[in-house]
Design a protein around this ligand. Structure first.
Ligand SMILES: *Cc1c(COP(=O)(O)O)cnc(C)c1O
Length: 376
């Protein structure tokens, strides 16, 4: 194996190609921004907010500085108070739960569904208690969580639902785009996301104008108008330059998501007879947008080493579930308490996926996996 010449590498993610392909448009937007010299807020941000709201089927969008800000501002706007409990998954990026704590809430972890690796509605139902105020489903890897049973629970117990859609721009739940199904949708435009800025960025989407107004104040030091502060707030605005770049990239989002779906279809075809690998399941209610293509195997670490050796980039999302992180030791959720979550963390492997990925690159990754498992 090591005597073979090193073949072409397959990166986990390629952020160069898509931006070079748009170099002319992005450069023109930069030149316009220089001449306009309105760098924070302004017409580009307003226009992006309108366009992104419309893409999600939401009434309103508020651009903010990051996905983490979007979550934090959503919780504050929903009136989260110290001691209020918010139910969510431990199989996610820490931003989801950091924002709950930073807004004054208490994180309550529940287990995930085996098929979708998103929060289990049954587990949520069992965890609702007198201090519960909200539920945060995470549309993980580009697949929506099962929202209807969560919305039923929310109606029954007077809870709110904040969708963490940071990995699922454009994904659909029963035909509707995520972000406008719960009370608030939170998006990240971190560069590697399906819609990424050229820096940091985020947004909230909602149908509720009162929430919209509170979030607009939160991102701007609690201001209702210049130097009139209703509360303390944050410096959490979306930069005009990022909004201008995002407006350009938003026009390609649907096409990029379709290409991600094509890459996923190629993987399915190329790996369908490798029984040691479990391919991601697309729920019957979902249109998955494959932010990540995550397979599962109980020989994950050895497979990952061999792929790395073959020049194939992979990732782990996420190797240690949040309830077992030192940051959440105070919650005292013991190992074994969330078995599906812990199993997912131990077995998941993210394969390369990006819109420009070719069928031959998918073939190279599949060959690496087939040779590891000695299939054909
Ligand atoms: C990326 C991400 C976030 C945070 O977004 P930032 O823009 O990096 O703050 C939140 N939740 C999930 C699930 C994410 O993947």
């Amino acid at each position: 194996m090591s005597s073979e010449p090193q073949r072409d590498t397959v990166p986990f993610l390629d952020l160069v190609q898509p931006h070079l392909a748009l170099e002319g448009e992005l450069t023109e937007a930069f030149q316009q921004a220089l001449r306009r010299a309105q760098f924070v807020g302004g017409p580009e941000v307003d226009a992006f907010e309108r366009e992104f709201a419309s893409h999600c089927g939401a009434q309103w969008c508020v651009g903010v500085n990051s996905g983490t800000d979007a979550l934090r501002f959503a919780f504050i706007a929903l009136g989260l108070k110290p001691g209020d409990e918010v139910i969510t998954t431990a199989h996610t990026f820490i931003a989801t739960t950091e924002a709950i704590t930073q807004a004054g809430g208490v994180v309550r972890f529940v287990d995930i569904d085996y098929e979708t690796m998103t929060v289990s509605p049954k587990a949520v139902g069992a965890a609702v208690g007198p201090r519960t105020v909200g539920i945060v489903p995470v549309h993980l890897y580009g697949q929506p969580a099962d929202l209807d049973p969560l919305l039923d629970l929310a109606r029954k117990h007077h809870l709110w639902v904040v969708e963490d859609a940071a990995q699922a721009h454009g994904a659909r739940y029963k035909g509707r785009r995520v972000g406008a199904i719960g009370d608030v949708g939170c998006f990240s435009f971190y560069p590697g996301k399906n819609l990424g800025s050229l820096g940091e960025g985020g947004a909230l989407t909602t149908l509720n104008p009162t929430l919209r107004d509170t979030v607009r104040m939160q991102r701007e030091h609690g201001q209702s108008s210049k130097y009139v502060h209703e509360t303390e707030g944050y410096n959490g605005r979306l930069h005009a330059l990022q909004a201008a770049f995002l407006r350009i990239k938003l026009r390609y989002l649907d096409e990029w998501n379709q290409r991600r779906r094509q890459v996923a279809a190629w993987y399915r075809e190329a790996l369908k007879d490798v029984s040691e690998i479990q391919l991601p399941r697309e729920a019957s209610y979902a249109e998955h947008v494959y932010h990540l293509f995550v397979v599962r195997t109980n020989r994950r670490d050895a497979l990952r080493d061999q792929l790395t050796h073959a020049g194939i980039g992979t990732g782990l999302h996420y190797p240690t579930p949040l309830h077992l992180q030192r940051a959440y030791a105070h919650l005292a959720v013991p190992q074994g308490a969330l078995p599906e979550t812990e199993d997912a963390a131990a077995s998941c492997l993210s394969l390369p996926i990006f819109p420009e990925m070719t069928q031959s690159q998918v073939g190279r990754v599949a060959d690496g996996i087939r040779s590891f498992f000695r299939v054909r």
